[in-house]
Design a protein around this ligand. Structure first.
Ligand code: RFL
Ligand code: PHB
Length: 396
C-alpha cells in the first residue's frame, strides 16, 4: 500500500502541470495514467497558449524550449464575405498569444517529471476513487496484472471528459450544463509552410475553416464537417479543395498543399459541471469543463484551474489554512463560464448552423459591425488573449 499527499488521475496537461508545480513546492504526489506514454505524447490537440499559461509553464520550470521555439502572434485574421480582416491583438490589449503545440507542452512536462524521478505511472487499469467525502481518500488501480492501493489526503481528477473521477461523484451532488453543436471539426496536420503567418478563422456559406500552424514548416488546418462524417471520405485532395473554397481568394491562392501526416474528427460541445470540488476530490481541466475549440481556450482553462489548485494545496500544507481549497470551485467557475460564453459566441459567429440564409446574413452583419468597431474588437481581443487573473482570496 502506497501513501502520498495528492493522488493525481490523468497525465494530460492538467495532471502533469499540477504534479510538477506541487513537486516544486514540496508537495508529494503520484500520477496515474490509463494510456501509454507514447499515446499521451502523440495526441494532436491545442496550439494556442495565452500569456498566463506561458507564465505558469515558466513557473513550473518547463518554459525554456517554449520560449525558444514558440511563435508569438500579435494578431489573427477573420475571413468572411470573400475578404480578410486582421484583429490586432497587440493594439487592443498590449498582449499576444503563443503558438506552441500541446504535444510539445506534454513532452516538456513529461521530461521534467521523469527527470525528477516522479511517481508517474502509465498504462494503469481500473482506477477507482473512494472515500473523498471523508478525511482518508483511497485510490485503487491495477498495473502489470496486480492491484494497488494509494492512501492520500486529496485526489485531483485530471482525467479528461471521459475520465472516472467525475463519474464517481454521488448522483445528485453535482449539476451539469451542456450544449452539443450539430457539427464537428475535421483537422489535418501537414509538413507544409502555413498559408499565412497568423491564424485565419473563416466564416463561409459552405461552413467554417481555420488555418493554424505548429511551426513555420508544419500547418494545422480544420474544416467544419457533419457530425456523422467519416475520415475515409476525406482523402487529402478533397480536404485541400474544400479548404480553398472556404478561404478568401487571396488566401486560397497562396495555399501550399502536401500529404497529411494526421487526420481526425472532433465533435464540438460546451460542458460545465458544478461544483468542481466534492470533499477531498477536485475536478480539473477537461474533467470539469469542455469548450468548442474555436476560442482556443481548453488547454488554457485547464492551466487556469491548475494555477488555483496548486496554490490552494501549497497554502494548506504550509499553513494548515484550507480557505483557498474551499474557494477552488467558485474561483475557477467564474473564469470557466466567461470562457464558455466566449467560445460559444465565437463558434456561433463563425460556423454554419443550418441552411437558413437569414442566419448567415446576421453573421455577416455582426462581422461587419465587429470589424468596424474598436469597442467590439477590444472585447474580442481581450477574451482571445485571455482575461486577467483574479487575485486569490485574501489570506486569513
Ligand atoms: P486531457 O488532455 O483529456 O487528459 C486527461 C488524461 O487522463 C487520462 N485518463 C485516465 N487516466 C487514468 N485513469 C482513468 N480512468 C482515465 N481516464 C482518462 C487520459 O488518457 C488523458 O491522458 O485533459 P486535460 O489534462 O484537462 O487537458 C485538456 C486539454 O487537453 C484540452 O482542453 C485541449 O486540448 C482543448 N483544445 C484546445 N485548447 C486550447 O487551449 N487551445 C487550442 O488551440 C485547442 N485546440 C483542443 C484544440 C482540443 C481539440 N480536441 C481534439 C478535443 C483542438 C482540438 C481539435
Ligand atoms: C490549433 O492550432 O489546433 C488551434 C488553433 C486555434 C484554435 C483551435 C485550434 O482556435
Amino acid at each position: 500500500m502506497a501513501r502520498t499527499q495528492v493522488a493525481i488521475i490523468g497525465a494530460g496537461p492538467s495532471g502533469l502541470l499540477l504534479s510538477q508545480l506541487l513537486h516544486l513546492n514540496g508537495v508529494d504526489n503520484i500520477v496515474l495514467e490509463r494510456q501509454s506514454r507514447e499515446h499521451v505524447a502523440s495526441r494532436i490537440r491545442a496550439g494556442v497558449l495565452e500569456t498566463g499559461t506561458v507564465d505558469l509553464l515558466l513557473q513550473a520550470q518547463v518554459g525554456e524550449r517554449l520560449l525558444n521555439e514558440r511563435l508569438v502572434h500579435e494578431g489573427f485574421a477573420l475571413g468572411f464575405a470573400g475578404r480578410s480582416f486582421r484583429v490586432d491583438l497587440k493594439h487592443f490589449t498590449g498582449d499576444a498569444v503563443s503558438v506552441y503545440g500541446q504535444t510539445e507542452v506534454i513532452k516538456d512536462l513529461t521530461d521534467a517529471r521523469l527527470a525528477a524521478a516522479a511517481k508517474l505511472i502509465f498504462d494503469v487499469r481500473d482506477v477507482g476513487v473512494e472515500g473523498f467525502d471523508g478525511s482518508q481518500p483511497v485510490v485503487r488501480y491495477s498495473h502489470d496484472g496486480r492491484t494497488h492501493t494509494i492512501n492520500c489526503d486529496f485526489i485531483a481528477g485530471c482525467d479528461g471528459y471521459h475520465g472516472v473521477c467525475r463519474r464517481s461523484i454521488p448522483p445528485g451532488a453535482a449539476q451539469s450544463f451542456e450544449r452539443i453543436y450539430p457539427f464537428g471539426w475535421l483537422g489535418i496536420l501537414a509538413d507544409v509552410p502555413p498559408v499565412a503567418h497568423e491564424l485565419i478563422y473563416s466564416n463561409h456559406e459552405r461552413g467554417f475553416a481555420l488555418c493554424s500552424m505548429r511551426s513555420l514548416t508544419r500547418s494545422r488546418y480544420y474544416l467544419q464537417c457533419p457530425l456523422d462524417e467519416n475520415l475515409e471520405s476525406w482523402p487529402d485532395p478533397r480536404f485541400w479543395d474544400e479548404l480553398r473554397r472556404r478561404l478568401p481568394t487571396v488566401v486560397a491562392e497562396a495555399l501550399i498543399t502536401g500529404p497529411s501526416i494526421e487526420k481526425s474528427i472532433a465533435p464540438l460541445r460546451s460542458f460545465v459541471v458544478e461544483p468542481l470540488k466534492f470533499g477531498r476530490l477536485f475536478l480539473v481541466g477537461d474533467a470539469a469543463h469542455i469548450v468548442p475549440p474555436t476560442g482556443a481556450k481548453g488547454l488554457n482553462l485547464a492551466a487556469a484551474d491548475v494555477r488555483v489548485l496548486y496554490q490552494a494545496l501549497v497554502e494548506f500544507y504550509r499553513t494548515g489554512n484550507g480557505d483557498l481549497i474551499d474557494g477552488y470551485s467558485a474561483q475557477c467557475l467564474r473564469r470557466i463560464w466567461k470562457a464558455v460564453r466566449f467560445s460559444w459566441w465565437f463558434t456561433s459567429l463563425t460556423h454554419k448552423f443550418s441552411e437558413d440564409l437569414f442566419a448567415h446574413r446576421l453573421q455577416l452583419s455582426e462581422l461587419d459591425y465587429l470589424t468596424g468597431s474598436d469597442a467590439a474588437l477590444t472585447s474580442l481581443a481581450e477574451n482571445y488573449v485571455g482575461l486577467p487573473f483574479e487575485r486569490a482570496a485574501k489570506r486569513a
